[in-house]
Design a protein around this ligand. Sequence first.
Ligand code: XBP
Ligand code: MG
Length: 248
Amino acid sequence: MSDLQAVIFDVDGTLVDSERHGHRVAFNRAFEAFDLPYRWDEDLYGELLHTTGGRRRIENYLAGEGVAEGERAELAAALHERKTAILEEMVDDGMIALRPGAERLLEELAGAGVARAVGTTGSRRWVERLLRHTLGDVEWDAIVAGDDVTSRKPDPEVFTTAVKELGQDPSTIVVIEDSTEGLQAARAAGLCCVVVTNGYTADHDLSGADLVLDGFGEPGAPATVVADPHATGCDGILTTALLRTLLR
Ligand code: XBP
Ligand code: MG
């Protein structure tokens, strides 16, 4: 039975509940700055989130709005550049906060000698700023962002890249994700996956997860186990006292 050696954390929706009042607001402010009429309300954004990667999300939306193909790519890139700058300001203003229990889990993993990594579709520019701003003293063993891969979740490239950088046996690694796309990416990379749901992903198809929780929990306020399917035989590491106790 291999022991837990590393945890790869997703960012958006997992370490931080950043989409509804973070990214979505930044996208809308970018549309406004370009005098465009588009506004993504909370419900629409929940649907758009199934396209991972903000620039692709914009480009696909512009296609739906009838913007000509030749113009779409350039406009999406310019809008995404502005959105990223706005998000960096939101990070600096402390508007993107850690989810409850995330910092404690990271500290206790470090105390147990478990390596910690990040595997996100988000852009490195704001990801590194956010990690510095919220978890400045965490020494990450690997950070893989959307810029570092050619294919985004549910493609496994983010996680296969993180596994390479960690240099650990995949059977000793757990991914913590929030969404169906992230879960599919982890499973396609052959990794165990724990899902912590949020307002946007509680109704996602999370079949294939090894454990589904409604958050990280805090001492005295444990997370609720939404599903405990042991779907992929990761019991060898999921039942380690550390992970089970911390995540329950
Ligand atoms: C979530 C994403 C990202 C963010 C927006 O990433 O799909 O695209 O929605 O960030 P994850 P960018 O859950 O993998 O952290 O605009 O920088 O893409
Ligand atoms: Mg996510």
